[in-house]
Design a protein around this ligand. Structure first.
Ligand code: AMP
Ligand code: MN
Length: 330
């Protein structure tokens, strides 16, 4: 086995010498945040540690099939007297956990988002990882824990969803080596993919239809804009955690280079951005206090006026033009 990086060795030492740990991740958890936490939680169980997983929001329905998902406690404020460490996974800033009260503890930050603020006492940041779960797999090995079928399921869901079903650019040999090991535990990748992709509600499909029906195309079809209105949720009977993945659909169109998905909420407009190739939508999100990855990022638009929307679309258009090396046509 290759030599461990110093921060990984430090994390291993903290986790093996301490006894009580709390794991957390970003609010509105996705497949990678849930899978990373549950897999590491089970590795720590194997070592006989006391482990709690606390998230600000519940797992979306889509992920309720994950083994042991019910062990995740949902709370925005931490009531904990003692812990030997808090491991924050897949989260660019401590505030994005949405959980108050973590800062006084020894915080371990394990993440793959570009722009991670290195908020931990120990920081393991590797933006080359296709999912935080890749780092978790390495940590499981460093801890000497066994990769069980349930942990393999957690890691596979994390990798499958965070790579856009093995389509993003950050998939490497390491990704497939981990997937090989996952399959070797006996779990069936196709069965897991079916749980994720073939198990949605009828309402979700109807909502997808409504969103695509009203899709707007800007910038000579380079930018697709989806807008979710409350009445669509009512008409389809969907909750807003049923939306995962819909934002990627317009990328199937040859001319579409980027997608802007606008969701009106009480705090403003939550925006998901997606892009192809080298188009950097993360840079746009950062301008608005958001973040994410080059091809998948998010932000909240507090100014809900038409001008603010137009300005955002202008920034996305500039990102597209910048990457494509040509100004948008008139
Ligand atoms: P989403 O569009 O919500 O699926 O998010 C896409 C990516 O951007 C994920 O990696 C998120 O973790 C990240 N992201 C979304 N919103 C924010 C935000 N407000 N701040 C930082 N990262 C974000
Ligand atoms: Mn991730």
């Amino acid at each position: 086995m290759s030599e461990l990086a110093p921060e990984v060795a430090q994390i291993r030492d903290l986790l093996t010498t301490g006894q009580r740990f709390l794991l957390s991740s970003h609010a509105r958890p996705d497949g990678d945040s849930l899978g990373s936490q549950l897999a590491l939680g089970e590795a720590l169980d194997q070592l006989g540690k006391e482990v709690r997983i606390v998230n600000a929001d519940p797992a979306p329905d889509l992920y309720r099939f994950l083994p042991n998902v019910s062990r995740i406690e949902v709370s925005t404020s931490l009531e904990l007297t003692e812990a030997d460490g808090i491991v924050v996974l897949e989260c660019g800033t401590l505030a994005r956990t949405g959980v108050e009260g973590l800062a006084p503890y020894t915080v371990v930050n394990i993440d793959h988002h570009a722009g991670n603020t290195m908020f931990g006492a120990i920081n393991w940041h590797d933006a080359s990882a296709c999912a935080c779960a890749e780092l978790v797999c390495e940590l499981i090995d460093a801890l000497g824990a066994e990769l069980t079928p349930s942990m393999a399921t957690h890691l596979y869901v994390a990798i499958l969803t965070d790579t856009g079903s093995f389509r993003h650019a950050n998939i490497t040999e390491r990704t497939f080596e981990i997937c090989r090991r996952i399959a070797a535990t006996g779990v069936e990748p196709a069965a897991i993919a079916a749980q994720v992709y073939n198990n949605g509600s009828l309402g979700r499909l109807r909502l997808t239809g409504m969103l695509l029906d009203r899709m707007e195309l800007e910038d000579d079809h380079r930018i697709a804009v989806l807008t979710l209105r409350d009445e669509m949720l009512h008409a389809s009977g969907c909750a807003d955690d049923d939306l995962e993945g819909i934002v990627n659909l317009p990328l199937a169109v040859r001319d579409v280079r980027a997608v802007v998905f606008l969701k009106h909420t009480t705090d403003g407009i939550r925006v998901s951005l997606r892009s192809k190739d080298t188009i950097d939508v993360r840079a746009v999100a950062v301008e608005y206090g958001g973040g994410g990855h080059r091809n998948a990022a998010g932000l909240t638009l507090t100014d809900t006026t038409a001008e603010a929307r137009a300005a955002l679309l202008g920034q996305v258009g500039a990102a597209v033009a910048n990457a494509d090396g040509a100004p948008p046509s008139d």
